[in-house]
Design a protein around this ligand. Structure first.
Ligand SMILES: [Zn+2]
Length: 482
């Protein structure tokens, strides 16, 4: 049999593994369940792609986001892998039937949790032999499962405990609690855990305190006109993304707003412009980021408080994937925590929804009509519906209350980061149950940080000169004039 390094070279063109990869792959090949925490940019996907070339049976990859899934499929196709497919709601019924018919022929099958739960899909999967089940972005089980996409919590039940291939759960950020949730909800069998440090030493952590909200905007405008991107500004609301990006455009900064309420095509277009460098900044809600593979993001600014530490880590972690120095700045104005708490529980089922759900049932109407009648949002209904199937109504109410309290507490934890005079990096790493091994220079606001030594001054693109240059090149090309 070929050595792992030879396979790595043959299929991926690398001569050596990155930290953790080989260890994880060896355990997977041994048939063991594995949880791997590898930070962004450490080559998580290789951990299942390489085994896929050794096994003679398909690898099933459960992936949370359609865009992420599509991106991974495209990347693999670029690397000449033809036997890869994504089973998701992008397929029309005829395409879906065809994919299902030939499913066993594929080497890599990407699937959304919602699709996995469909009976037709389960029947097909049960009839075939899989070599490995991968749960990508596995922290979503815990982070999203309870209050956003309960289908995540059902994955373990669907896969079952007996007669199944090994499970590989991959994540870039997970606390001890989340690691525990992954293990129990996926019904993993004594998994081997590879936990890499969550610290990203090339991202320098700033924070700034302001009196009023408008002061934050003034700082942003000043900062982004002087320092170089590309960068992402995270803010809370959809309307805020629009208004802030307008202000930046007026200051002649090429930028665009991005949020979940936009047309998917528009979103894809903006994402692409950001990736190819025609946009310097994106002003976004937390809908932006996952599946966006841009290596050279230099700055991430939080105009508003993130809703919890894990989100904060993931959001600023989109900077510096190329390993180069990058800046993350957390802005705070008095009262921001109240806003963050409000946003956290805004789209959330309440006790009255539980009562309404029961009366729909009593009238033998489908509770989903609550959504159609505008009583509740679809997201909130999914959460409610999941818990109504799991618990008694009184328990559901209790559960909703405790989840709300939990969300408030999560915001308070982020506030610790604002209030502290101690090292922010240390605080973040401790939050994930780890120890910080060493601090980089310009570590954080509390240890001492010079923004100017981390980010380059902005070079304003002279659009007129750029155009002239372009015309000259075209003339030279077409007419031989130089
Ligand atoms: Zn520090």
């Amino acid at each position: 049999m070929l050595k792992l390094e030879e396979i790595l070279n043959k299929y991926f063109g690398y001569s050596e593994f990155r930290p953790g990869q080989k260890e994880v792959i060896e355990k997977v090949l041994d048939g063991q369940d594995v949880i791997a925490l590898l930070p962004t940019g450490m080559g998580k996907s290789l951990c299942y792609q390489l085994p896929g070339y050794i096994f003679n049976k398909p690898v099933l990859i459960i992936s949370p986001l359609l865009s992420l899934m599509q991106d991974q499929v495209d990347q693999m196709k670029q690397f000449k892998e033809k036997r890869v497919v994504a089973l998701n709601s992008f397929l029309n019924p005829a395409q879906k039937r065809a994919v299902l018919h030939y499913l066993h022929e594929f080497r890599f099958i990407f699937i959304s949790p919602e699709m996995l739960l469909q009976e037709q899909v389960q029947q097909k999967l049960n009839a075939m032999e899989l070599s490995l089940i991968v749960v990508d972005e596995a922290h979503c089980i815990s982070q999203w499962g309870f209050d956003f996409r309960p289908d995540y919590l059902r994955i373990g039940q669907v896969i079952g405990k007996e007669n199944r291939p090994p499970i590989l759960a991959l994540t870039a950020t997970a606390t001890q609690k989340v690691l525990g949730d992954i293990e129990s909800y996926m019904e993993m069998r004594n998994p081997y855990k590879f936990i890499h440090s969550v610290d990203r030493p090339n991202i320098h952590l700033g924070k700034l305190m302001f009196q009023g909200r408008e002061d934050k905007i003034d700082w942003i405008l000043d900062h982004v006109t002087k320092s170089a991107g590309p960068g992402i500004i995270y803010t809370q609301s959809r309307s805020k993304t629009e208004s802030l990006s307008q202000r930046l455009l007026q200051a002649e900064i090429p930028c665009a707003a991005y949020h979940g309420g936009m047309d998917p095509l528009d979103r894809q277009f903006i994402q692409q412009q950001f990736i190819d460098g025609s946009l310097e900044w994106i002003v976004a809600t937390n809908a932006f980021g996952m599946g966006v593979h841009k290596q050279n993001v230099r700055q991430v600014i939080h105009e508003s408080l993130p809703s919890n530490m894990a989100n904060y880590m993931q959001e600023f972690g989109r900077a510096g994937r190329d390993g180069e120095d990058s800046l993350a700045v957390l802005l705070y104005a008095e009262g921001d925590e109240e806003l963050a708490k409000f946003v956290g529980i805004d789209d959330y089922p309440v006790d009255a929804h539980v009562d309404s759900y029961l009366s729909y049932r009593a009238r033998q109407e489908l509770p989903i009509s609550m959504v159609h009648n505008g009583e509740i949002s679809e997201t909130a209904f999914r959460v409610l519906d999941y818990w109504m199937h799991q618990l008694h109504p009184a328990e559901v109410k209790q559960r909703l209350t405790s989840m709300k309290i939990e969300k408030m507490r999560a915001v308070e934890e982020v506030m610790d980061l604002i209030d502290t005079n101690a090292c922010m990096r240390e605080k973040l790493v401790h939050y994930f149950g780890q120890e910080l091994e060493s601090k980089p220079t310009d570590c954080c606001q509390c240890c001492g940080i010079e923004y100017q030594s981390i980010v380059q001054p902005r070079v304003k693109k002279d659009l007129a000169a750029y155009e002239l240059n372009w015309k000259k090149r075209l003339e030279k090309l077409l007419l031989g004039i130089s």
